[in-house]
Design a protein. Structure first.
Length: 343
């Protein structure tokens, strides 16, 4: 803690993590954009938010690797591997990394291989860190962490998931404050998969919100969606217990009910602006909508593991196959569910 803590990424959640850390430690934030670095260093502002002077910025990866022992990568999943390929050669086993990215990594070309539809190797962000660096002590930050609420000073909490107690303890010491509580978990894979797949259900919930169909159907979608997330996670080797905690159910409820959630907001716009294509809506989005990207690989994984996941399947059809939303609702309401809890 006598060194600054590094944050890689200057998006809304990178800003959030930086401000949380600045309650306890000096922070060095990495951004490729020179105007962001200048704004933080000279004016202590970025994205309309005021920073504590103990937050500094740099565009040099060497500064992060050389000055920081603990680093928080907070970048979109699509860019995660390329960023780690930049930082990986600069890192060593003495570094400790806790990522805050809720998504998965795979090769788009492999995923589009019609001859072998299951060719794509899917990796969690912690696996990407291991593949691209010699870092051993790895963790994930996950939970109901809506950036706008945290930046407004509203109370919240998170989970630091890691195989190492040291990582959990270090993450807790760096992040906790009177408004922010930090839990711990040893189920790293469960936390990562829950954080990735819940974004899909948030998109679907946003569609219901945009159609003004009420809280009853929204609650039904969230609980049945949780069941699908658990089944897919278990098929990939995760412990189902994590899905009933902060990084599972907690994150799902917040993301699937709040207009501050970019995934919920995207689904809402899909329902409200049906004259626009998904591509057009994505182009208009200010930040990455992870649920749309994750939906593609979740559909592939469900087929690979021979799982029947009707909610994920139908939202995939809406997003990627132009399936009519009204027909999708009718399909889900007539789906032959049997038991309430079936896992």
């Amino acid at each position: 803690m006598n060194k600054p803590v590094g944050v890689i990424g200057s998006g809304s959640f990178g800003v959030t993590v930086s401000k949380l850390l600045s309650h306890n430690v000096d922070v060095l934030l990495f951004s490729r954009r020179a105007h962001v670095v200048d704004s933080i260093n000279n004016e202590h502002t970025h994205m309309g938010y005021k920073f504590d002077p103990r937050v500094r910025a740099t565009s040099n990866p060497h500064d992060i690797a050389d000055q920081c022992s603990m680093i928080f990568p907070v970048i979109p999943s699509k860019s995660f591997r390329s960023v780690m390929q930049t930082f990986g050669p600069l890192l060593n086993p003495g570094h400790l990394l806790i990522h805050a990215t809720k998504g998965l990594d795979w090769d788009d070309d492999e995923a589009n291989d019609e001859a072998n539809p299951f060719a794509a190797k899917v990796s969690t962000m912690s696996e990407v860190i291991r593949q691209e660096s010699t870092v051993v002590r790895i963790g994930a930050m996950s939970g109901p962490n809506l950036a706008k609420e945290i930046l407004a000073g509203q109370p919240a909490g998170t989970v630091i998931a890691s195989e190492f107690d040291e990582v959990i303890l270090a993450g807790r010491r760096a992040l906790k404050s009177k408004h922010f509580y930090v839990f711990g978990s040893h189920d790293l894979k469960g936390a990562e998969l829950a954080g990735a797949f819940k974004n899909i259900i948030a998109v679907a919930s946003g569609v219901l919100g945009g159609l003004n169909l009420g809280k009853n159907i929204q609650a039904l979608l969230i609980t049945r969606g949780l069941s699908e997330i658990i089944k897919l996670g278990m098929a990939m080797g995760a412990d189902k217990k994590s899905y009933f905690g902060i990084s599972g159910m907690g994150d799902l409820v917040a993301t699937a009910t709040s207009t501050d959630s970019r995934n919920y907001a995207f689904g809402y716009r899909m329902a409200q602006e049906r004259n626009k294509t998904v591509t057009e809506l994505l182009e208009e989005s200010k930040e990455v909508v992870e649920g749309v990207r994750t939906l593609k690989v979740a559909n592939m994984l469900a087929q690979k593991h021979k799982l029947h996941l009707p909610i994920m399947s139908i939202i995939y059809k809406i997003v990627y196959e132009d399936f009519e939303i009204s027909n999708a609702i009718e399909y889900l309401m007539s789906y032959p569910y049997t038991a309430d809890v079936d896992f």
